[in-house]
Design a protein around this ligand. Structure first.
Ligand SMILES: Nc1ncnc2c1ncn2[C@@H]1O[C@H](COP(=O)(O)OP(=O)(O)OP(=O)(O)O)[C@@H](O)[C@H]1O
Length: 610
């Protein structure tokens, strides 16, 4: 296929759009709860049975009071006790089933979120604050669990209790019931209207907690710089301001909750007083017995708990819906592998073409590539938004190619396109003749060992770090890779060193050790292609030479692309590409470039290499 045909067939890169979050409600909650419906139904049945048994108690009390003839009614008391104990046990079972499935729901949601977040496009993750993502996986999921563990089912069983009580009260005295029912309806509507307002307030509170987590995570990630620039107080103040925002949003939620709960508590008390007063009048008039009035009041009390609980449940659900909104917002962003890769005429991405060892053939070919970062368009001129502009290049099999140029020239961006962290905005990247957008990202990446600029070490042991991409290497192979980058002297016992902890983001290692550990990992992976981005910037001249020698020894066996500011690292490369402002301005060997490229001459002159 010609390059032009490839460019036509491949759909242009569309930056992944992040839909504006809509506050989640019952519809989204029900969809999420579908896998747990059998547990929820079971809990509901337990709750309903408990409510039914509780509803029998006032009837028993009524008949006992009205039939009281001076003897203690032992059998009625025993029956009452059995009813009470059975209803309590059923309530306990309801809670157990709900809490258990709540935990399962939290686990499943976290698992799904983690797997989703780890697969989000690099561009999306770079735009978002890490701390905020963490708070969605931790705090928001805990909040959302409330929907299941104490929310919807309890709401449903509360309604059942209220309905059963209403029916029983209707059988006892319809006039009193009309009075009570009118008051209850007004209370429920009022609670719902106030409680509904907790939903946006809950979302604001959760967003504020997310921002706080982001602020702390950002500061702790750069703690040395913060201390060294004496900005500890300023950074701490900024995190405290986020905490303050969380406090203020929390106050709104607390206020609404207090209003709802107080209102429902007072409303129930008033209701009781009104019913007792009206009931007493009806008893005096002979329309009601004392036993019936006691049963009526007991039913009213039975309803009181669900009605007061209804208030706190509605506000709890409001907060849970806020948290659910944040979870759904991140879940709705398409993960990397689901991005539109190719035009509809190609069914599915193929695997990476097998390695063809044809020295001199291009393994990567860039065809008129232009690239702009999705987040860099605002307030910039047309020229400034392009990180790469009309780049056409061939990287040849078995050769070492170097990329040099001033800072911001687009060198690392070019690596990001080769690794498919991003896709070109215009033009095509071909891997062994195939457009990379037609390839599976994982298969492409398996062919490449990539050492990023300022490569971080992951917390864990040296061995964990070495085995990141290659889980099967033996200790002997790991030790050999470490020796090649001068991280392990022959005196060291390899096993001890491999078990040594490197600390969170490699803080227990020096910058140079971290770089060499990353290079050792790349050597161990032994992929056909090696991408090295400024890997010797932190090395002393001795270690730089060691690494250069290993790279040189690999020349021919591996295809290597090196980015370097220090030209001494790349003078021996087969080909050197000079970049400036996103464009390729010259290409050749060191001596050729000294003759033809003013920019290269200047770089070499500044580094005393001409
Ligand atoms: N993740 C990113 N999001 C937005 N803009 C970016 C991102 N990474 C780089 N850029 C911008 O793209 C341009 C090219 O950056 P790039 O990192 O590719 O340059 P470079 O030649 O590798 O520089 P250096 O030698 O300093 O590493 C710069 O203007 C930079 O600010």
């Amino acid at each position: 296929m010609t390059t032009a045909a490839v460019q036509q067939a491949v759909a242009p890169e569309v930056p992944p759009a992040e839909p504006a979050p809509q506050v989640a409600g019952f519809r989204q909650a029900f969809a999420l709860l579908r896998p747990y419906r059998s547990s929820m139904i079971l809990a509901f049945l337990f709750g309903t049975a408990a409510a039914a048994l509780a509803a029998l108690q006032p009837l028993l009390v009524s008949s006992t009071v009205d039939g009281f003839a001076g003897e203690i009614p032992y059998s009625a008391i025993l029956l009452l006790f059995v009813l009470l104990a059975s209803s309590a046990m059923l309530n306990g079972l309801e809670q157990y089933v709900l809490q258990r499935s709540g935990e399962r729901f939290a686990f499943d949601t976290r698992k799904r979120l983690i797997q989703h977040v780890y697969r989000l496009p690099i561009g999306v993750l770079e735009r978002r604050e890490r701390g905020d993502i963490i708070s969605r996986i931790t705090t928001d999921v805990s909040q959302t669990r409330a929907i299941l563990s104490s929310g919807l089912v309890e709401l449903a069983t509360s309604l059942i209790t209220v309905l059963v009580s209403l029916v029983m009260m209707a059988l006892i005295d319809a006039v009193l019931l009309v009075l009570a029912a009118l008051a209850i309806c007004m209370v429920i509507v009022a609670i719902y209207l106030i409680g509904r307002r907790t939903r946006p307030a809950g979302l604001r509170a959760q967003n504020a907690v997310g921002d706080l987590a982001a602020a702390v995570s950002r500061s702790l990630g750069a703690i040395r710089t913060i201390r060294a620039t004496v900005s500890t107080t300023r950074e701490a103040d900024s995190a405290v301001r986020q905490a303050q925002a969380a406090l203020e949003a929390g106050f709104v939620v607390a206020r609404l909750r207090a209003v709802v709960q107080t209102f429902s508590g007072v409303a129930v008390q008033l209701l009781l007083i009104a019913v007792v007063a009206a009931g007493a009048i009806r008893v005096a008039a002979g329309s009601l017995t004392v036993g019936q009035l006691s049963a009526f009041i007991m039913y009213l009390l039975l309803m009181a708990t669900p009605i007061t609980m209804f208030g706190s449940l509605v506000s709890l659900l409001g907060e849970a819906f806020g948290a659910l909104t944040r979870i759904l917002a991140i879940q709705s962003v398409a993960p990397e592998s689901e991005l539109p890769d190719v035009a509809s005429d190609v069914a599915s991405p193929s695997t990476a073409p097998p390695v063809r060892n044809t020295p001199g053939a291009p393994f990567f070919a860039l065809r008129n590539i232009s690239f702009r970062y999705p987040q860099r368009t605002e307030n910039r001129t047309e020229d400034e938004v392009w990180a790469l502009r009309n780049v056409t290049l061939d990287f040849l099999q078995g050769r070492t190619t170097a990329l040099v140029g001033p800072s911001g020239a687009g060198k690392s961006t070019l690596f990001a396109l080769l690794e498919r962290f991003y896709d070109a905005t215009e033009g095509a990247v071909l891997f062994r003749g195939e457009d990379v957008r037609r390839l599976s990202r994982d298969d492409l990446r398996r062919q490449i060992s990539y050492v990023e600029q300022d490569a971080p070490a992951l917390s864990g042991t040296v061995r964990d770090n070495l085995l990141l991409g290659l889980h099967t290497a033996s200790d002997a192979q790991c030790a050999d890779a470490l020796r090649r980058v001068n991280l392990l002297s022959s005196a060291d016992t390899a096993a001890d060193f491999l078990d040594a902890q490197v600390g969170e983001v490699g803080t227990l290692l020096s910058g140079g050790e971290r770089q060499r550990l990353a290079i050792a990992r790349a050597f161990l992976a032994d992929a056909p292609i090696l991408l090295l981005d400024e890997v010797t910037s932190n090395l002393d001249s001795n270690n730089e030479r060691v690494i250069q020698d290993v790279i040189r020894a690999k020349n021919g066996a591996q295809s290597i692309i090196v980015i370097a500011h220090r030209l001494s690292t790349v003078v021996a490369a087969d080909s050197i590409i000079v970049m400036e402002e996103g464009k390729v301005v010259a290409q050749g060997t060191h001596s050729e470039l000294l003759a033809i490229s003013p920019l290269y001459r200047e770089l070499a002159h500044n580094q005393l290499l001409d």
